[in-house]
Design a protein around this ligand. Structure first.
Ligand code: FE
Length: 345
């Protein structure tokens, strides 16, 4: 059993339970909010501190991997102290939703601020990231890899690197492809990409970028914030990695580049529902949107919020796929089955 990662503002579970008992006994003298988060970005610290400053609501936070958190919420059942579940990726939010863990939130603020394609009835997206193509300048012509579909082209035989087909980022990409080209073509595509693999899938997105840069493979896909992180890095070796690759916005002539999200919702068993809704509304505020997105080199969900991020700016403007994230969630199971059948391990 893995230990839960604790940040300075988080508390061990036993202590958290005591605190909640204590607070109900003290009859709402001190308002609290309990967040279970599978987001692990240091820059989020300021986000929580600022909420407490604005509302006086104390934030207790438990950070762990989403599967551990989901299991924990289920085991705790009606007694769960968790008010909010935060995570990244539509496929993961879909999983929590499928387990029936979220409570629908009716909020005028949320409806006005978060675009309809970035929310479902039960959860909200607070930032977006795109899945781009990273191609070796030496090994692959940029014009040969202008779409996700191109990755299945026989031209790229032995040149494609990928992370696991079971990873939520790839599942959501497949979920988008299913929506745009249908299941049959999406499966054909997966088989084509598998036939082009330079090696068996392994590692994370940053590993794929490094493999492309090193010439181990010619092309891979990566979320934009990993690209931006390397572009903004102070380390000369990271700069050198990026000098050897082209970053390509896929599908600019068709449905646009696949977009994924980071988001969350209020839990059905939330003991502090009022605070939970306040927190969700806070995350949609201008300040929080900037923290939430820019801290991890993402784009805010709220369209009017402008961020100043040199790496994202350097990557240029692009046409984003505006498929509703709820559709990604809906197609997640079918997506995993396609990868399994295609042998994309
Ligand atoms: Fe990630």
């Amino acid at each position: 059993m893995k230990l839960l990662a604790m940040k300075s503002s988080t508390l061990p579970a036993a202590l958290l339970g005591l605190l909640i008992l204590g607070s109900s006994a003290a009859a709402a003298q001190e308002k609290v909010l309990n967040i279970y988060s599978a987001r692990h970005y240091q820059t989020d610290e300021a986000l929580y501190a600022n909420f407490t400053k604005q509302t006086g609501i104390k934030v207790n936070r438990i950070e762990a991997k989403e599967d551990e958190l989901l299991e924990r919420i289920r085991n705790e059942g009606a007694n769960s102290p968790a008010d909010i579940f935060l995570t990244v990726d539509a496929a993961r939010l879909a999983k929590a939703d499928e387990l029936g863990l979220f409570a629908p939130v009716k909020s005028k603020v949320m409806e006005e601020r978060i675009p309809a394609n970035l929310r479902s009835a039960d959860w909200f997206a607070f930032s977006t990231r795109a899945r781009v193509i990273v191609a070796s300048k030496d090994l692959v012509k940029a014009e040969d890899v202008q779409s996700y579909e191109d990755l299945a082209s026989p031209k790229l035989k032995g040149k494609v690197c990928s992370r696991s087909g079971s990873h939520p980022y790839n599942i959501s990409l497949m979920a988008a492809l299913i929506a745009h080209i249908g299941e049959a073509k999406a499966e054909e595509w997966a088989r084509g990409v598998v036939a082009n693999f330079a090696r068996a899938p392994k590692g994370g997105d940053t590993d794929q970028i490094k493999s492309v840069s090193a010439g181990e493979c010619g092309v891979a896909v990566s979320n934009t914030y990993y690209v931006a992180r390397l572009l903004r890095s102070d380390k000369p070796e990271d700069r050198r990695i990026m000098e050897r690759v082209n970053i390509i916005w896929p599908n600019q002539k068709s449905f646009g580049t696949h977009i994924n999200i980071s988001g969350g919702g209020m839990l059905k068993t939330a003991p502090n529902k009022e605070s939970a809704v306040k927190f969700l509304e806070y995350l949609a505020s201008d300040d929080a949107q900037r923290y939430f997105a820019d801290g991890n080199n993402e784009w805010p969900s709220v369209a009017s919020v402008v961020i100043k991020n040199p790496a994202l700016e350097a990557m240029g403007k692009f046409k984003a796929d505006n498929l509703p994230v709820a559709t990604l969630a809906k197609n997640a199971v079918a997506a995993q089955r396609i990868y399994d059948r295609a042998g994309w391990k």
